[in-house]
Design a protein around this ligand. Structure first.
Ligand SMILES: CC(C)(COP(=O)(O)OP(=O)(O)OC[C@H]1O[C@@H](n2cnc3c(N)ncnc32)[C@H](O)[C@@H]1OP(=O)(O)O)[C@@H](O)C(=O)NCCC(=O)NCCS
Length: 146
């Protein structure tokens, strides 16, 4: 019998090297090292993971001020397990901790229908800026003109 899919909202037992490899193999890797991936998740307000047996097959995390504003990131379901409600369940779990807050995200055009189905609506404009150089976190690449 194949293992069932389970969900958790903590990072107990995560193998960050394996998760990084799984994300890269599934073409959802934005360049973070396993250590940077760990810090991203550990420094988040809330996380959701989906597992099949020991294998992590879904991720999501939220940054929140716990008052008015939250931001949804790293939403991923392994391509072998898509369209089974896994991302919907992870986002439901994350959202359950965000009462009264405005939840933002940035999505590619190909994912807008997915987010619309979860109740998100397009915003008039989104803007972003990389401060210094992407993934250089020690301040050495931040100019005085940012
Ligand atoms: C986007 C993604 C997270 C969706 O994960 P998933 O587990 O397959 O999503 P779910 O099965 O929970 O889908 C929820 C709903 O959205 C729909 N949906 C899922 N992907 C969709 C897509 N690409 N286009 C249209 N609808 C989609 C599902 O049919 C389902 O609808 P329903 O509940 O009304 O039947 C997954 O495709 C993925 O990991 N993509 C690559 C990483 C990525 O781009 N993440 C988003 C970063 S912004």
């Amino acid at each position: 019998m194949s293992p069932s899919i389970t969900y958790s909202e903590d990072l107990d037992g995560v193998d960050w090297v394996a998760l990084k490899a799984a994300l890269a193999a599934d073409c959802f890797d934005n360049g973070r090292s396993p250590e940077q991936l760990r810090r991203s998740f550990e420094n988040s307000s809330a996380v959701a993971l989906a597992r099949r047996g020991e294998e992590i097959i879904g991720t999501g995390r939220v940054l929140s001020d716990e008052v008015s504003n939250a931001y949804l990131l790293d939403v991923w379901t392994h391509s072998r397990f898509r369209r089974r409600g896994i991302a919907r369940e992870m986002i439901r779990r994350l959202s359950s901790q965000l009462g009264g807050q405005h939840l933002y995200l940035q999505a590619d055009a190909e994912n807008t229908e997915f987010y619309r189905r979860l109740g998100f609506r397009e915003q008039p404009i989104g803007m972003s800026k990389t401060i210094g150089r992407w993934l250089v976190n020690d301040g050495s690449e931040v100019s005085s003109r940012h």
